[in-house]
Write a protein that binds this ligand. Structure first.
Ligand code: AGP
Length: 614
């Protein structure tokens, strides 16, 4: 949520900042801005509403010189998206400039205090208050900028990742973080800062992840120094980045979302690599396996997540309860954290997050930790805050997901959950050896079957063309296909702005059936398996009310071919793996509908890739 990039060194800062902002744009795209220093004592300060391309246009032929600078792409929290509220914000005396991700919760109190001392504010943002506070502390205490930032942050309540520059000192950046990520890239003779590694990876693989409550002094003269808010010095720990630059490019696809949809055979394979070997009857999740006895002895597993990750959690509930017979509860992290939940020391809390930075999921983890539960994580972003806050976990290895609508991260999360359920079932002896073996072989064949499911692209495009102007849509599924219905509806809402609801197929008659008329497309997962016959009856109920039925069915299903207005066939698989295949056409349908409606697929309105505010 909001993107930060900063640079100091010998390079042309403008190039680094603009390229970085473009890579970060998936984090927020309401407004963008940069501040650079060419001649000490003077800022080149440009910002405007809209995307990074608007900023470039706005800067046009104006000066772009300088080898130090900060850049920001915003997702509005305090104050509307406009030129004035865009970052960077500048102190009252015009000497300091600041970019900020997060929310300063006590900004109102601070603003009033500063107002009494003569500070005047131009914007509605909490960020501007923070730079005035730093200015005030620096002046009153007559200290360095590094020290002023440290002292000021001691007065701040809230979440932040910030970078500050002083126009009189073009050789240093000051950065700090609390509950919002910040990475420092260590070049040979220069430094990069990013809210994630995407603007850095092109230049260096050596990074330092700032921890909560740490402030960094990044200087071309003295190198990198880190202190905690209480003034204690910390030795920076340099880590190697795992991501590759190609993963951040579209690779010939029109959109990141489409590229990521088509990557799924590979990402699922990467996710399983070394974790399953059907021939040897082996299934294990390295990061979690040392906790398996604890999990097996646990009275329950509580899964916490948001959005698409929560849908993956619901699939996990079906899988773990069905195979390993361990009770599972799936909670929205945002509800869980505020409702005084009962958590015991023996409970296992499993947090699922693509970004590993979602504020609500992080807060829920902290709460569960305080209550003594064991916290496990399933994350995609290596080194993310959630992956570091959990006791143990498994990465999904899906590679960077840039499209705001999650696709490959979802199937990778479901793959990890399938492996977890199988591992626990095996350890517990909850399934017969022959069944376990069959499931392992089937799991190994899933990447190939996903490849086949992707061949539905043409029919999905054809169906998208018919329903692209619908105002509403209903998605139905039963069992583990119910979360697939929820995920299908979320995808459609997110990127095409069509109102869509996901429902358990049998619940339809308890209310949503009233919505059905000849205008209403109803997307149904009706694959061969446990509740097939029941879903057929639900389809009949829709047909009887003249609804249009689009069915995801098993290959060669003649009954569905006759019954449905349109059908999309996917390969046969075991019930438990249906979500991995049935979700693919839903992703493609949403994608094509959004493209046909000329929506911004990769950066849908009002959304941001990782939600680092509450
Ligand atoms: C999915 O398409 C969304 N954009 C969103 O619901 C997302 O899944 C949610 O914000 C959780 O993010 P996380 O997985 O990074 O924690």
């Amino acid at each position: 949520m909001c993107g930060i990039v900063a640079y100091v060194g010998e390079k042309d800062a403008y190039e680094v900042l603009i390229k970085g902002l473009k890579r970060l744009e998936y984090r927020g795209y309401d407004s963008a801005g940069i501040a650079m220093i060419d001649n000490p004592g003077e800022f080149l300060h440009y910002k405007c509403k809209g995307k990074v391309s608007n900023l470039e246009e706005f800067i046009g032929e104006q000066s772009k010189k300088g080898s130090i600078g900060i850049g920001h792409t915003r997702w509005a929290t305090h104050g509307p998206a406009n030129d004035v509220n865009a970052h960077p914000h500048v102190s009252g005396d015009g000497k300091l400039a600041l970019i900020h991700n997060g929310i300063i919760e006590n900004y109102d109190v601070l603003k009033k205090e500063l107002g009494k001392r003569g500070h005047e504010f131009k914007s509605d943002t909490d960020t501007e208050v923070l730079i005035h506070l730093i200015e005030e502390v620096k002046k009153n205490e007559a200290v360095s900028l590094f020290e002023a930032v440290r002292l000021a942050l001691n007065e701040v309540i809230g979440a932040y990742a910030i970078v500050v520059i002083d126009k009189d000192n073009p050789r240093e950046l000051i950065a700090a973080k609390k509950s919002s990520p910040l990475v420092i890239g260590m070049g040979d003779d220069d430094f990069y800062i990013g809210s994630d590694a995407t603007p850095i990876v092109e230049y260096t693989n050596n990074v330092v992840y700032l921890e909560d409550g740490e402030i960094a002094h990044v200087s071309l003269d003295t190198g990198l120094k880190i202190k905690q808010l209480d003034n204690q010095e910390i030795t920076p720990s340099i880590q190697e980045l795992q991501i590759k630059l190609e993963a951040l490019e579209k690779g010939g696809y029109e959109h990141f979302m489409l590229k990521e949809i088509f990557e799924q055979p590979k990402t699922i394979m990467d996710c399983m690599r070394g974790r399953v070997n059907a021939q040897k009857g082996h299934v294990s999740l390295g990061g979690i396996s040392e906790y398996k006895d604890k999990i097996l002895a646990a009275p329950r597993i509580i899964i916490i997540a948001c959005g698409t990750s929560w849908h993956a959690g619901l699939v996990g509930e079906y899988l773990i309860e069905d195979l390993a017979r361990i009770p599972v509860e799936v909670e929205y992290a945002s509800e869980f954290r505020y409702r005084n939940p009962i958590i015991n020391e023996n409970d296992i809390v499993l947090a699922i997050s693509q970004s590993g930075e979602t504020a609500d999921t992080l807060a829920a983890i902290k709460l569960a930790k305080e209550k003594g539960a064991t916290i496990l994580g399933i994350c995609n972003v290596v080194g993310s805050t959630i992956s570091r806050e959990t006791h143990a976990g498994s990465y999904t290895h899906a590679g960077p997901e840039v499209g705001v609508a999650s696709t490959k991260a979802f199937t990778a999360q479901v793959t990890v959950l399938s492996l977890l359920a199988l591992m626990l079932a095996k350890e517990k002896g909850a399934v017969e050896a022959s069944k376990l073996n069959r499931l392992l072989f089937e799991l190994e064949s899933i990447p190939e079957k996903v490849e086949e499911a992707l061949k539905t692209d043409g029919i999905c495009r054809f169906i998208a063309d018919i329903y692209m102007n619908a105002s509403n849509a209903l998605y139905l599924g039963r069992g583990s296909s119910f979360p697939v219905a929820l995920e299908g509806a979320l995808k459609l809402k997110e990127i095409s702005y069509i109102h869509a609801e996901g429902y358990p197929a049998a619940e339809m008659k308890h209310g949503p059936i009233a919505l059905i008329d000849e205008e209403m497309p109803v997307f149904v997962v009706a694959t061969k398996g446990a509740s097939y016959e029941k879903v057929l009856s639900n389809i009949q109920e829709v047909k009887a009310r003249k609804g249009k039925v689009i069915v995801i069915s098993s290959k060669g299903d003649e009954t569905i071919r006759e019954m449905a207005d349109h059908y999309i066939e996917i390969p046969h698989t075991e019930d438990m793996f249906i979500p991995l295949l049935a979700t693919i056409p839903f992703q493609l349908l949403s994608y094509h509908i959004a493209v046909m409606r000329e929506c911004n697929v990769d950066q849908p309105r009002n959304l941001a890739k990782s939600v680092t505010v509450e």
